[in-house]
Design a protein around this ligand. Sequence first.
Ligand code: FMN
Length: 171
Amino acid sequence: MTFLELAKARYSVRKFKNDMIEDAKLEAILEAGRVAPTACNFQPQKIYIVKSEENRKKLAEVCRFTFDAPVVLVIGYDKERDWKNRRMPGYSSGETDAAIVCTHMMLEAWEQGIGSCWVGAFAADAVEEALALPENIRVTAMLPLGYAADDAAPAEFHNAYRDWDDTITEL
Ligand SMILES: Cc1cc2nc3c(=O)[nH]c(=O)nc-3n(C[C@H](O)[C@H](O)[C@H](O)COP(=O)(O)O)c2cc1C
C-alpha cells in the first residue's frame, strides 16, 4: 500500500473488539510517534498508555469518546520542554508537536491493522486530574486503539472532502 492509499483507507474507528493489541504492534505505533518531527527537535510529547480497567473507566467518566477501546493513548506535552516562539509571545509549539506525534501514531496504527479515533472533545483539566498527571503536562488528544469491530464502518461524511480550490490557492 502506498502512503496515499493508506491515508485514504484510514477512517475513525468508533467501535472496537475486546481483543488486546499485541505488544509488538503497540510498540510500532509508539515508535512512529517517537520519530515524529517537533519544533527544534525538543520532543516535548508525553504519551500515557491506558490499559487498566480502572483508568479506562476514569477516562470514560470525563470523556464520552473512548469507545470502550482496550487501549487508550493519552497524548500531551511537557509545558516546560516545548519550543517558545519569542517572535510571537504566548505561542509555543507543544500542541502542534503533540498533534504531529498523534498523527504518526494514528497512521502507523492503521498500517498495523489497528483502528483508532482521534479524540479532542474533553476538558484537559478533567483528564489530567482523573489520571493524576503532573502539573507540567498538558493533555491535547486521546487515541482509543483496538481492532475494529466487525460492524465498524466509516461515518457517512468520511469521504466528504472539500474541493481543491476551497483549501488550496496558488499565489
Ligand atoms: C482534532 C480532532 C479532534 C477530534 N475529536 C473527536 C472526538 O472528540 N470524537 C470523535 O468521535 N471524533 C473526533 N475526531 C475525529 C473526526 O471527527 C474525524 O477524523 C473526521 O470526522 C473525519 O473522519 P475520518 O477520520 O473517518 O476520516 C477528531 C479529529 C480531530 C482531527
